[in-house]
Write a protein that binds this ligand. Sequence first.
Ligand code: 6PG
Length: 245
Amino acid sequence: MACLRIVEVVPTPADLFHAAAQEFVRIGRAAIAERGRFAVALSGGSTPRALYSLLAKDYADLSWNQTFLFFGDERHVPPDHPDSNYRMVNEALLTKVPIPAANVYRVAAENPDAAAAAAEYEDRLRSFFQLKPGGVPRFDLILLGLGPDGHAASLFPDSAGLKEQSRLVIANWVEKFKTHRITFTYPVLNQAANVMFLVSGADKADMVGQVLRDHSPPYPAQLVQPPDGKLMWMLDEAAATKLSQ
Ligand code: 6PG
């Protein structure tokens, strides 16, 4: 099966977050109608904060009690740390919508042992999805950003995590930041029903151009190709300027 790749370009960042929120809710409502629950993995960094705020403002009527939130990656910091992806999501979304605390699967990144935090998160993923040994979870939606170096989640260029094919969650050492990141691996990213890359701004245009033109050797983001899923690249015009060149 080939991955269905869709590239959607909209004029402004506001249009981007609006389109992404509509797609998030469309996928969520379809999953809840079909399976009674919506399992989604959120991305971190700065780009998605505006999406989470919009979901809280315009889509408080989503069935949040049937929505289960995970994190595709997390920084190795406590949940109140300024770099924490959980903190960002909590401020922008969780404190503003009626989602039960039990539906939010936070990475215990305060654990000084990053590998133990990753293993614990994998166990929680396996029990939530009731996986058999060797099983891989199928998220309804995984949100991703694109790093200026072509990383996705916390799968950075030249990092060991790029080769991981059996574990679902790892503590990936990121040399340039001299720290671990707790991150989903490719088996999880490529098992999703829907993957949405959300990319905004001129500073990402060069990398977007290279990634969507199948640069060789591939950047980490290029290896996110769910064979039995839909891959959406949602871009604003500033991020898409190099596509036509
Ligand atoms: C993280 C992310 C990471 C992010 C990209 C883009 O924890 O940082 O999950 O993969 O999506 O680095 O980050 P920006 O949106 O801040 O440019």
